[in-house]
Design a protein around this ligand. Structure first.
Ligand code: LHQ
Length: 258
């Protein structure tokens, strides 16, 4: 199986599972990930996702064995299996934690960066490896990198294709945090479990507002915030949290009922 899915209380852990090839991507894996996302979103008890890799790598990008001598048009067709997955991760109403356990290269780096909160083991690195094989960053890399780290760093990452250590990735704002290797999975699981008990509906709306900010001007964004706030305020999680605050007790969020 190209991916493993484990159900935890409130969240699902999805593990890329081709460790002998550093979890290199192929069509089967991309389609399995999209299906796993569909299934998680359809399950109302699932309120967060955790994405990680088996073995010593996170994901080495496209499996190069599967594109040797492939005509250019078929390479482009391959991407049609990957880009819907990237769109789905960005648009998912569920909060997604990426736990980057080792090298994340090419499409694998941009798959990691499509998660909402990315933690990386200190020994992990991010490589926009595309230029090494005469390709262009895909899976959203050219869109996300300048937004996360600014144009100067984005250009150097894309054109030099050098590995960026996890600590630098965190210092530059490419990811949320770098943690000691042995702390990665406990920290990522704690984060997924925490998100899974949060106000899931509002978290999904916050994700969509942040995504829309990439193209909106301030006026449009303020209007969007007003409209989303009306939706969030109408959800029982809001009333519960205000009552909990005033009652000096922890809130108990219902989560996904809308
Ligand atoms: C691999 C791979 C790999 C197969 C390691 N494939 N086996 C999308 C769609 C359509 C078309 C094209 O492009 C795309 C987007 C892309 O993702 S293009 C970018 C593709 N990825 C790469 O170019 C990265 C290739 N890999 C590497 O540069 C290195 O392996 C990295 C830097 C990831 C890790 O280096 P090391 O830690 O030194 O590991 P290694 O190179 O020894 O790899 C371990 C094994 O994994 C090895 O197999 P072996 O049988 O010798 O132990 C590699 O052949 C295999 N492997 N990446 N992408």
């Amino acid at each position: 199986m190209t991916i493993l899915i484990e159900k935890h209380s409130g969240y699902r852990r999805i593990t890329l599972n081709r460790p002998e090839r550093l979890n290199a991507l192929n069509i089967e894996m991309a389609d399995a990930l999209t299906a796993a996302l569909d299934a998680a979103e359809a399950d109302k008890s699932c309120r967060a996702l955790l994405l990680t890799g088996a073995g010593r790598g996170f994901c080495a990008g496209q499996d190069l064995n599967e594109i040797v001598d492939l005509p250019a048009r078929e390479i482009a067709a391959l991407i049609d299996h990957y880009h819907p997955l990237i769109r789905r991760l960005h648009a998912s109403p569920l909060p997604i934690v990426g736990a980057v356990n080792g090298v994340a290269a090419g499409a694998g780096a941009n798959l990691a960066l499509a998660c909402d909160i990315v933690l990386a083991a200190r020994s992990a690195s991010f490589v926009q490896a595309f230029a090494r094989i005469g390709l262009v960053p895909d899976c959203g890399g050219t869109w996300l990198l300048p937004r996360l780290v600014g144009g100067a760093r984005a250009r150097a990452l894309a054109l030099l294709a050098e590995p960026l250590p996890a600590d630098t990735a965190a210092a530059w704002g490419l990811i949320w945090q770098a943690v000691d290797d042995e702390r990665l999975m406990p920290a990522a699981e704690a984060l997924a479990a925490r998100l899974a008990t949060g106000p899931t509906f509002a978290l999904g709306l916050a994700k969509s507002a942040l995504a829309a900010a990439a193209t909106n001007d301030l006026d449009d964004q303020l209007d969007l915030e007003r409209d989303l706030q009306a939706k969030a305020a109408a959800h029982p999680d809001h009333a519960e949290a205000v009552r909990a605050f005033l009652g000096k007790r922890p809130a108990s969020f219902a989560g996904r009922q809308s």
